[in-house]
Design a protein around this ligand. Structure first.
Ligand SMILES: [Zn+2]
Length: 63
């Protein structure tokens, strides 16, 4: 994966290149560019903050 040195974190706005960047892209993509995060901590924080995990499940059933 190549990361633009100027790419900023979708959660905290820091330059992801200074950390351990990961990118996330939905299918179908909501935008042309994937979202970048410093690391899993920022991705996790954004998911929790915006409730992105609500309503999503994969091979998980409560019963
Ligand atoms: Zn970040």
């Amino acid at each position: 994966m190549t990361v633009d040195p100027e790419q900023s974190c979708a959660f905290c706005g820091a330059r992801v290149i200074d950390h351990d960047p990961i990118s996330v892209r939905s299918h179908p993509p909501a935008t042309d560019e994937p979202a970048f995060y410093c690391n899993y901590a920022c991705l996790s924080a954004r998911i929790e903050k915006e409730g992105l995990h609500l309503g999503d499940a994969c091979a998980w059933k409560p019963e």
